[in-house]
Design a protein around this ligand. Structure first.
Ligand SMILES: C[C@](O)(CO)[C@H](O)COP(=O)(O)OP(=O)(O)OC[C@H]1O[C@@H](n2ccc(N)nc2=O)[C@H](O)[C@@H]1O
Ligand SMILES: Nc1ncnc2c1ncn2[C@@H]1O[C@H](COP(=O)(O)OP(=O)(O)OP(=O)(O)O)[C@@H](O)[C@H]1O
Length: 284
């Protein structure tokens, strides 16, 4: 079973408070995009989970794909089942586009089917939340307005613009941004209708720019070309365009030191689309 594992953008990210355990209450609009890693799953009968190739800098036990498979193991019908998982990585790590979280969600969805665990999407999302605040939206598989730490999701239908996505040459630590004393944590909560009509801002932008000169430089460059925004805690920045040609024009102008992609927003996750097709073809 070969499934795409897409990225997300936070079209805005409001921090509305902080909990006693340090975690932050957020309001965010998640849009899934068609930029994807690819994961291929083969079941084996020796109960082991193997990944190849290894991701540089990430030990097997720390890989979110391995962690997701390990959490799902106890729900297998047949305890002899394992999985060999082949990873084709395209999404940059530490980019704020949720690549690791998406890989975890894709693994939960694939192995739930291959191992016949019969868990519902909300049950899988609950397991995924143990791995990261961004996993549930990828499990549910739809663009969404999110609250809580990112797990209270309301499915939304968004326009599907083209995006120019730019990755400054640095890796942002989500933990460092969320612990900065200058991070503003008091944006008043908004209603979903307001969010969909008027959008919002990213409360992390100034703190991320302060800690990461590369993001600051890329942001100042990008805002000459449109309404530049930061996704999550960065490092990636983006601009939405009504047509692909305008996004391609800015990509062509992007200095070589920064990676850039043109991609499109989607409502249904490409993972769910491909999984539904696989189930259709393998039914019976
Ligand atoms: C910034 C976002 O990407 C927005 O979608 C997410 O909120 C972050 O999601 P994530 O990368 O899956 O983050 P996690 O792995 O859950 O958390 C990383 C670190 O960020 C901080 N963190 C994360 C989420 C949150 N709502 N409040 C936090 O304070 C915590 O210090 C945590 O140790
Ligand atoms: N399969 C995986 N793919 C990518 N990163 C992984 C994976 N497994 C573990 N990680 C670790 O998780 C970290 C965060 O990766 P990820 O790609 O989700 O970052 P991100 O885009 O900043 O995510 P977010 O938007 O959720 O903060 C990486 O730096 C890496 O150490």
């Amino acid at each position: 079973m070969k499934l795409p594992s897409p990225a997300k953008l936070n079209l805005f990210l409001h921090i509305i408070g902080q909990r006693k355990n340090g975690y932050h209450d957020l309001q965010t609009l998640f849009q899934i995009i068609d930029l994807c890693d690819q994961l291929t799953f083969d079941i084996n009968h020796n109960s082991t989970v193997r990944l190849s190739p290894a991701i540089e800098g990430v030990a097997l036990e720390d890989n979110l794909i391995y962690k997701a498979a390990s959490l799902l193991k106890k729900h297998r019908q047949d305890m002899s089942l394992g999985a060999d998982i082949f990873i084709e990585k395209q999404l940059p790590m530490g980019g704020g586009i949720g690549g690791g979280s998406s890989n975890a969600a894709t693994t939960l969805l694939a192995l739930n089917t291959l191992w016949e665990c019969h868990l519902s999407l909300p049950e899988l999302a609950k397991i995924g939340l143990q791995l990261g605040a961004d996993v549930p939206v990828f499990v549910m598989g739809h663009s969404a307005f999110a609250e809580g730490v990112g797990e209270c999701l309301q499915k939304v239908e968004l326009e599907t613009p083209y995006f120019l996505l730019l990755k400054p040459n640095c890796h942002v630590s989500t933990g460092q941004i969320f612990t900065d004393k200058y991070l503003t944590r008091d944006t008043p909560p908004i209603k979903i209708s307001h969010a969909l009509k008027l959008g919002g801002h990213n409360d992390c932008l100034n703190v991320v720019r302060k800690h990461n000169p590369q993001v600051d430089e890329a942001y100042l460059w990008l805002k000459n070309h449109g309404d530049a925004k930061l996704t999550g805690t960065g490092a990636c920045l983006f601009i939405a365009f009504n047509n692909k040609q305008d996004a391609e024009k800015v990509k062509a102008l992007t200095p070589e030191k920064w990676q850039a992609w043109v991609c499109q927003g989607c409502n249904l996750s490409p993972t769910h689309y491909a999984l539904n097709q696989w189930i259709e073809q393998n039914r019976g």
